[in-house]
Write a protein that binds this ligand. Structure first.
Ligand SMILES: C[S@@+](CC[C@H](N)C(=O)[O-])C[C@H]1O[C@@H](n2cnc3c(N)ncnc32)[C@H](O)[C@@H]1O
Length: 270
């Protein structure tokens, strides 16, 4: 989502009512326009941290049970597939049925014969036992898909967000944070590749500029609507804070669309 392609996305959503944005994304998939955002490979920053920080991101728990990872708004499934290839049981969630069938086809190729971009350089041939990857059609904000999938009680160990928050209308940000907290088990990790940090907060989206927004939502418990100046806003009540930031760094590798500004942040669910 950079350059003239962002103009196409902004134009597409300009006349679509906020509550119809999910349908707007499905239309783009059905019209074969996923090239507007698809990067063609998993996030290098996520691949590197999964490979290098097994202490933080082991794919199995203390009992040897595979951890459950979710990628909401997973698109073609690059990141969900990479997590499965690293031993997680991964689910990709998509509002678009076309996206789900595209991801399923792509995953069956990649799980058989993974492209090298699924691994950090030092890892190639390291013999990791893969987990599973599955794709589900559903709306992130709705309950049904999660209840059908895992039941009420079971939650995810890890959730990854890249270009999902920036695809949502700013009024949905608060709900995004609330839903992330609901879906993760206590102690679980939300990993965000923060993008686009170069874009003015007042410019139209998608992608919507997110400089300072993750921090506001997750560390401060705010509503993520910081366009008018964070300094003047009252502090939200402490019960809105459900995450603690464990790591926030500029990754050695990321996509060129991040213009060198992407940050990788890890948030532990309290
Ligand atoms: C900008 S794309 C990013 C896709 C993917 N993360 C990637 O990097 O290629 C945003 C994706 O979120 C999906 N999406 C939008 N709203 C959604 C919702 N409420 N629930 C689930 N998926 C949604 C869209 O269909 C679209 O594929």
């Amino acid at each position: 989502m950079a350059g003239e392609t962002t103009g196409r996305l902004i134009g597409h959503f300009q006349n679509i009512a906020e509550e119809q944005h999910g349908t707007g994304w499905s239309e783009l998939w059905d019209n074969g326009e996923s090239d507007l955002w698809d990067r063609g490979i998993p996030s290098p920053a996520l691949t590197d941290i999964v490979a290098e920080r097994r202490d933080l991101l082991s794919p199995v728990d203390a009992n040897g049970v595979r951890k459950k990872a979710l990628v909401p708004g997973c698109g073609k499934g690059h990141d969900a597939i990479m997590l499965a290839l690293h031993g997680f049981d991964a689910w990709g969630l998509e509002i678009s049925e076309t996206a789900v069938s595209t991801a399923e086809r792509y995953a069956s190729e990649q799980m058989q014969s993974p492209s090298p971009e699924n691994f950090a350089r030092a890892e190639v041939g390291s013999g990791i036992e893969p987990g599973s990857v599955r794709f589900i059609q559903g709306d992130f904000f709705e309950q049904d898909w999660k209840v059908n999938l895992l039941g009420e009680a079971v939650k995810f160990d890890l959730i990854y967000d890249y270009t999902f928050l920036c695809a949502l209308h700013p009024n949905m940000r608060c709900m995004w944070a609330k839903r992330m907290a609901e879906l993760l088990k206590p102690g679980g990790l939300l990993i965000c590749l923060e993008f686009p940090l170069w874009k003015d907060l007042k410019s139209p989206g998608p992608p919507w500029g997110l400089q300072g927004v993750y921090w506001d939502l997750l560390a401060r418990g705010g509503d993520g609507l910081i366009e008018d100046g964070q300094g003047e806003r009252p502090f939200p009540a402490m019960e809105h804070v459900q995450f603690v930031c464990e790591l926030n760094h500029k990754p050695a590798r990321s996509f060129k669309q991040g213009r060198g500004e992407d940050l990788l942040s890890l948030w532990r669910r309290l």
